[in-house]
Structure formats: C-alpha cells, structure tokens
Design a protein around this ligand. Sequence first.
Ligand code: 6PG
Length: 244
Amino acid sequence: MPAEPQVRIFGSPQELFRAAAEEFCVTGSKSIQDHGRFTVALSGGSTPRGLHQELVTNFSSCLPWDKVFFFWGDERHVPPDSSDSNYRMANETLLSKLPISPENIFRVPAELPDARGAAGKYEQTLQQFFRSKQGAFPKFDFILLGMGPDGHTASLFPGTAALQAKDHLVVANWVDKLNTFRITFTYPVLNNAASVMFLVNGDEKAEMVRRALKDPAANLPCQKVRPVDGELLWYLDKGAALKL
Ligand code: 6PG
C-alpha cells in the first residue's frame, strides 16, 4: 500500500534542518545495523545546503561514513565543476567536509555531451552497485527530495516525458521551460525507496505545499512520489506549512 505522507512542521529553517539531520542519522544507523550499509540519493537545488551544513556542524560523527554511499536523484546536464552542478554543491557543502572516500560517491557523469548517454551510464552504475537484474529496481535506504515552485521534484517536471518512464531507473528528460536536458531518477526508483524525505522551506512554497498535500486533483509530479513499501516524510518549516 503506498505510504501516506508523514508531515512534520518545524518553527524555523534551523529547527527543520536539525530535525532532518537527526532523521538522516537515525535512518542511517538502522540501515547499517540491518544490512551493513546506508544508500543515499541526494537532492539538488538550494534547500539541501541547510541540511548539509547541519550534518557537517553537529552530526559529523553520527554515522560510520565508510558505510554510507552517496548518489544523486537528479543532475543538471553540466560538468561537475559547473555552478549548476548538484554534485558540486553537495561536494562543497557536505562530502568534502566529512571523512567520505571517493569510492563511496557515485556522481552522474553529466559532463558527457549526450544526456541520454549519461543517463544510461548512471543507470548501469546503479544496476552494478545494487546488483539489480534487468527490469528490477534498486531499493535506496534514503532519498532526499525538494519541491520546485511548479510542484516538480528531482527533475520530474510537469508535462515532461520522464513522468511516464516506467522501464528505466534513470532517464534524460528534456525540460522545455529550461531549454535543457536533466538527468533524473524515475518514479519506479523513487517509489521503491525505504524512506523518502521531502525537505521544503519558505513561505513562497506554501501554496504549492498545500496543493501537494491537500489537493489530490492537482496532478503534481511531487504527488506521485509514494513509496510502495517505505516511508514518505514531508519535513516543512512553518513558512512552507503556512496554508496547511
Ligand atoms: C534540482 C533539484 C530540484 C529541487 C527543487 C527545489 O536539481 O534543482 O533536484 O528538484 O529540489 O527545484 O529547489 P530549491 O531547494 O532550490 O527550492
């Protein structure tokens, strides 16, 4: 049965990021205890910076980092040193500040000129790491997601082809309004996760959060993230939850 959203609201962005960091560490400890590793898909955008800072500042020893493996739920079609790169943001704000070996970091090869080729290579990376058979989907322990002002998540934007992708783990998704390809996990991967956390802050997102959580007819990409056998967390600050 797809998970119902568990909504948690915090008084300030700082409290939000602190709680998200705690949840990350608790989930990580349980995963490592249960099966010896913690597989994480990070999100892009700017919101995760607050979580990354919290993990580095106050939770740097909460997990055995050698047992934590980092992936990305989506990536822009840019090189890893681009200011738009989700990898670069995570590396600068999180990965380079913790004792994490490069062997534990699996970035999207988004520097490849062909976005479809990059998506295909990343899909192979996932299949090899998770040893998942053709047609099977990996089960991430934790997937962090944001929500855009149009209700997109990862790089699953309204009206784009990736919303229909069912037989791939990763696809290149042409996003007309950005005039660019993005590389993104598909719903089957997102919805196979053990835990998905939407991390959303700011009152500018309050109306979209209301629609996402209260209006099933809104037909937003973020609403279709419903882990079939996992937990769905919506971590919001007071501003983002203003209209709930
Ligand atoms: C990206 C993200 C994207 C992001 C939302 C929210 O690559 O940009 O994966 O889905 O999470 O757009 O972005 P903000 O956190 O910057 O509001």
